[in-house]
Design a protein around this ligand. Sequence first.
Ligand code: URA
Length: 233
Amino acid sequence: MPRLEKLVAAASPHSRRAAAGLIKSGRVAVDGKTVTAPDYPCAQTAFITLDGAPLLLGPRYIMLNKPKGTICATKDDNGKTVLELIAEPLRKNLFPAGRLDKDSEGFVLLTDDGPFAHRLLSPRSRIPKTYLATLDRPPDKDILAELFCSPIDLGGGDITSPALLENVDGVTARLTIYEGMFHQVKRMFLKAGYKVEGLRRIRIGALELDPGLGPGEYRPILPGEMPLLIRQD
Ligand code: URA
């Protein structure tokens, strides 16, 4: 069984040495009982608290409503990253699974689960991502739908797989794509003669961005929502 200090460090912003100090000073409890030995053998399934607050072990999955102007990276010298929107204790080891451009907004998944992120992002998984694109003028839905349902050569070796233009409402088009090439949505519309003036991701897999989340707000993905994230239809 792992040592308690290792589990506390894994589930908190603290280093292993700092976790050992917290345990020694009596601030950590395991299944309701204070434990002061950092090397206490502790089950992964134990209920660990720090100052009475539960420490969550295991991978984390967070739905963020990215505001315009933030950068989808863990670190950037030139601007605010999406990670900086997340409260410090939750931030450790998180990274954005996929990117939205700085001027795009909407659903970003933050996780510390590398294999899951890989599965979500791999073009072979064909996980749909749905966007609302605001265009420079009202498009002709039928022409666009026909264009997008065939592969489009975006240049630089990027060829799209068939995408779904589902709806057009004035200058706003709802488009679902099945991979995530650089600036893919903007380049697809540009190829069709339209400039994207605003872009919002509203859905990953079959999971909608929670309408209760304002720009910059986030919440954990609920266990029942996990299968929706990787649903292919
Ligand atoms: N496609 C784009 O062009 N930009 C994004 O941010 C996401 C998809």
